[in-house]
Write a protein that binds this ligand. Structure first.
Ligand code: GDP
Ligand code: MG
Ligand code: K
Length: 265
């Protein structure tokens, strides 16, 4: 079993990696960049953990960040472990929603719960787990609190994903997603929905992957038409990528309303 560890920068990824793994294999650098690729063996020996560079989005801003999308496109991954900073949930959940769109089994390590608690942020992890449709395990990666439980959940939870759609992107975008889905029938093992949404956000790695499968001008025409529809429809939307961001943000606000309480301090 191979599990990929993914999260925003500074969420405690390295701390968590060290707490979850015992022995440690260096595999050198990720191809094309000078980012170290680390793979560790879980303390209970039931599988390997692959450390990915910290990113805010799957749509890369740099070659280093491109490692994540390349990995998603090329390497078979059994499951994703998404680490979240509990004190920065609103920002962190943008990546989570993109990961869930990838439609592979996932689970969440909710880190920095000590920081969140100090700031009066109370997270209902059961509720969050129920809404997202994946296990959520609270941890403090710096001290190791909750890490044994996380390893246990990783090794016992199922490798079958129940795909839950969190974001409805509106008729125009959903129609375009379906059009790409039809073009991709029988051509890819990846989620056509994930590919389409990443394409619309401007993810060049996904665009290049898709241009081997679908005629490039078809993709271009679809994107251009879609972009003009969403820009005309929404006053404050500047681009297709921005529209997708805004739609996710609306969903994140609802998720937080249902699962987080801010205490007066
Ligand atoms: P990365 O950038 O995602 O790899 O994060 P690091 O593991 O390097 O952690 C970033 C900083 O947060 C370090 O100073 C850690 O000691 C600290 N840190 C990590 N996990 C926790 C936690 O659960 N609680 C607190 N208070 N600090 C943490
Ligand atoms: Mg790190
Ligand atoms: K506009």
């Amino acid at each position: 079993m191979e599990i990929a560890l993914i999260g925003n920068p500074n969420t405690g990824k390295t701390s968590l990696f060290n707490n979850l793994t015992g022995s440690y294999e260096y595999v050198g650098n990720w191809s094309g960049v000078t980012v170290e690729k680390k793979v560790g063996v879980f303390k209970n020996n039931k599988g390997r953990l692959i450390d990915l560079p910290g990113v805010y989005s799957l749509n890369p801003l740099s070659k280093d960040e491109g490692v994540v999308t390349s990995f998603f496109l090329k390497e078979p991954v059994d499951r994703l472990l998404n680490i979240l900073d509990a004190s920065q949930l609103e920002r962190n959940l943008h990546l989570t929603l993109q990961l869930l769109e990838y439609e592979k089994p996932a689970l969440i390590g909710l880190n920095m719960v000590d920081v969140a608690t100090k700031r009066g942020i109370q997270i209902d992890t059961e509720k969050l787990s129920q809404i997202l449709g994946v296990p959520v395990v609270p941890v403090v990666a710096r001290s190791g609190k909750g890490c044994d439980r996380l390893i246990e959940v990783i090794s016992t939870s199922s490798n079958h994903s129940k795909v839950k759609r969190h974001v409805y992107y509106g008729n125009a975008v959903e129609d375009a997603i379906n059009k790409i889905g039809i073009e991709l029938i029988g051509k890819t093992d990846h989620s056509p929905r994930w590919l389409a949404i990443q394409l619309f956000e401007g993810n060049d790695y996904v665009k290049s992957y898709l241009s081997d499968l679908v005629e490039a001008h078809k993709l271009e025409t679809l994107i251009t038409q879609l972009e003009s529809v969403v820009i005309n429809e929404y006053n404050n939307v500047k681009s297709l990528a921005n529209y997708i961001y805004v739609k996710r943000k609306e969903v994140i606000e609802k998720i937080l309303k249902a699962s987080v309480q801010k205490m007066k301090t």
